[in-house]
Design a protein. Structure first.
Length: 222
């Protein structure tokens, strides 16, 4: 019995993962002047992206994504289309709603809409969770860490080359999502890559086709 309990202890011990260590700013002055990386939207925007989905390094499909995202209301309207214009999936999301208007295979699975909206929020909206830590990773990257209400951790990172990255971890420290932003033009990222670590790992490569900023109330930064 003791041997079984000991084995269970080690299984639980090694199944838990730890978050990357964040070293705080060296002085109070540096802490007060510390600026968190922020690739997020400041006002309502419409985007059209060419999206490649990849699994095991192979391109699985090429689709068009149309997104309207408002950081003030945290609402999202999104559609997935073929290159010919056929709508495969359409969803609307707000603070208290998630409405799927169209879902053709393979986008009709039970959790697809929910997971997709969460990924879009992770890309475009500032985390809602509490800012827990800010400082530097061991490689010198600037980082701010948020703790979400569901227990997840979100790191927003600016590396020494000024590239932006977002990492989402589970409450136990397991990496769930990585998002890379690059090729900025007119304050809009032209290329976004999302890497998902799930039952089946996959990645999305989003290349901007068109962007339009909508005149509306801008979000206030704290």
């Amino acid at each position: 019995m003791k041997r079984v309990s000991l084995l269970l202890f080690f299984i639980l011990l090694f199944s838990c993962q730890t978050l990357p260590v964040i070293d705080p700013p060296l002085s109070l002055k540096n802490e007060k002047s510390f600026i968190c990386p922020s690739p997020f939207l400041k006002q309502k925007s419409h985007f059209v992206h060419a999206i490649e989905t990849r699994m095991d390094g192979q391109t699985q499909s090429a689709i068009i994504g149309v997104t309207a995202a408002d950081p003030v209301s945290r609402s999202i309207d999104c559609a997935i289309m073929t290159a010919e214009g056929m709508v495969l999936f359409e969803v609307q999301s707000g603070p208290d709603k998630l409405m799927v208007n169209r879902a053709l295979p393979p986008f009709d699975s039970e959790n697809f809409a929910k997971n997709m909206i969460e990924d879009i929020k992770l890309i475009f909206f500032m985390p809602e969770g509490k800012l827990e830590k800010k400082g530097y990773l061991r490689d010198g990257s600037t980082v701010c860490r948020h703790h979400e209400e569901n227990g997840d951790w979100i790191d927003i990172i600016k590396n020494t080359s000024a590239d932006i990255e977002i990492r989402r971890y589970s409450s136990s420290g397991a990496l769930k999502r990585q998002i890379f932003f690059n090729k900025m033009a007119k304050n809009i990222y032209q290329h976004i890559e999302l890497q998902a670590y799930d039952v089946f790992d996959y990645s999305l490569l989003m290349n901007l086709i068109e962007a339009q900023l909508v005149k509306s109330k801008k979000i206030k930064r704290k």
